[in-house]
Design a protein. Sequence first.
Length: 121
Amino acid sequence: MRCDEVAALLPTLVDGTAPPNLAVEHHVESCLRCQAELARYRRLLRTLALLRTRYAEPTPGLLGETLAALTDAAEEGARRTLLSGRRLAYAGAIGGTAVAAGATAALLIARSRRRSMRLAG
């Protein structure tokens, strides 16, 4: 067997999911490169097994700091929403005022034309 063929089978050989393969075992016994690769896989599995048993203790006050940060972020989001709502209200008020002013101007212009037509006629 060649190293590239054996390299694809090494993970299953290490974790025991593959059935025993004498050709692979003979190759690994005679190939230093594949032995090193097999040793790396075994070391990786040992390290992963150690990580399963470790528990990282949070620092004191971490929960409070996290909750405070979440509260601050929520308040900031609420402020931004409120400001954008106010801006929309201001824009609507300005637009409404402009429309009302335009309608008033059009009404006044129409009245003045009627008066000038009466005086002319």
